[in-house]
Design a protein around this ligand. Sequence first.
Ligand SMILES: Cc1cc2nc3c(=O)[nH]c(=O)nc-3n(C[C@H](O)[C@H](O)[C@H](O)COP(=O)(O)OP(=O)(O)OC[C@H]3O[C@@H](n4cnc5c(N)ncnc54)[C@H](O)[C@@H]3O)c2cc1C
Length: 489
Amino acid sequence: MVGAGLGGLATAIRLAAAGRRVLILEQNERVGGKLNLLQEAGYTFDTGPSLLTMPWVIEELFAAAGRRMADYLTLEQIEPTCRYHWLDGTTFNAWQRLPQLIQEVERLSPADVPGLFRFLAHTARIYDAVADTFLLKPFGGLRELVTPRLARDGLQIDALRSVDAAVRSFFRSPYLRQVFNRYATYNGSSPYRSPATFNVIAYIEFAEGGWYVRGGMYRLARALQHLAADLGVELRTGTPVARIAYQGGRVSGVHLASGERLPAAQVVVNADPSYAYRTLLPGQERIATRLARQETSCSGFVLFLGVNRVYAQLAHHNIFFSSDYPREFAAIFEKGVPAADPTVYVAATALTDPEHAPPGHMNLFVLVNAPTLGPRVHWEREAAAYRDLIVARLERMGLSDLGRHIVYERIWTPADIAARYNATGGAIYGWASNSPFAAFLRPPLRARGIDGLYFVGGGTHPGGGIPLVLLSGRAVAEYLAADTHCTPA
Ligand SMILES: Cc1cc2nc3c(=O)[nH]c(=O)nc-3n(C[C@H](O)[C@H](O)[C@H](O)COP(=O)(O)OP(=O)(O)OC[C@H]3O[C@@H](n4cnc5c(N)ncnc54)[C@H](O)[C@@H]3O)c2cc1C
């Protein structure tokens, strides 16, 4: 296994539970990949995911390994799932409990209550139609999709209009439209271009809730690491793989950066497939070139701020919306530049886990969607000014004198995300889903032309985000078992 991101850990766990011998090689000193940790000066920050959806996927992974999730980690639901803030002082709490949610919609825009019900019913039908084909089964490509079921469900999945067009048909309030459009960013895409099928993300969050791992999201990576160890998975951290060896159309092992060679009959790559084809698989330049032309998901510009006061208006998750959402996405996806008026996400986990900041302080994880690396942005020159713009924006939106209260600070640009995880361009979620055909362009779980080589994680199927990469692990383990008749290796 190349990489100990969540997809890699999930695959290793399933293979080990099925009696296979598994060795994970991770270049970094800690497992978890993009789900990672920063602890300094009395502050604890999750450096990647802060919100967990579809918690049953984790429970099912533990159950598949014959263990109880509760023995390894505790999940808790966060209410409200998110607090939204606008420049004019308007706020909206996305409560998961339906009566509270209805009251909140009524407070903001009474005319939109029936639209909320219609939206949830509509997106529930989408979930019903896509869950099996795209999420729960290994995705075998277009051919497997063209079935009688497609004819029945085709219209139901609402793939022919954008997320935004669908949201407009259900909600009148510009505030609610912005709230529901935001779910397209959960896979790093634009609501103005991604198909309305992705409104299913909103349904999943409202139906199943937004979750957190008690103690911090990084506990999930640790729990999977412990589970893998309990099942006998061998892990070597600080061990970059330099090349994947193959001969006669069959994988034969890996070469480490240290020069060591390790033979293997199967290699599962959890590293970004685009990076892998470019760097680890000499002779595969044609695929590397094709992948380089595909649109990646957005990246992120991150501030880790320790502040010496408490902002009472903050919930655990907060969004400070831009005043021009279409322009923000045009900047990121069409122009390839940071948005001048960005939407700012702020997580304050010390509100749930007080040990994440000293008493009377807060740990603010500040994330702004940003373009992946490209010719039009030079972060080494622009990062400091962009940081100032974001802090000034938060001050204007109510976090008064934020700049004066910052006593600890770190900045990560898309270049840092790219370098830490070998994520092409610093893409957070792999590929963008900005077209109805994007899913078909992802590299398959089973590499074409090299037997015994597999991909797992956000860069393959079904996509990025914690639950999807864990499901990717389930799918690739099923493929591997089918290909090798599950004989312990
Ligand atoms: C800032 C940020 C915020 C996010 N927010 C959320 C959120 O709120 N909710 C959510 O669900 N998701 C979120 N995500 C996305 C989520 O983190 C990812 O989709 C998921 O963690 C990716 O897992 P993966 O299995 O694809 O592997 P990755 O995390 O990409 O891990 C790949 C691993 O491979 C290793 N590797 C690469 N090359 C080599 C090599 N040559 N040799 C050895 N090892 C190698 C890397 O070091 C890494 O550990 C966020 C991500 C980021 C960065």
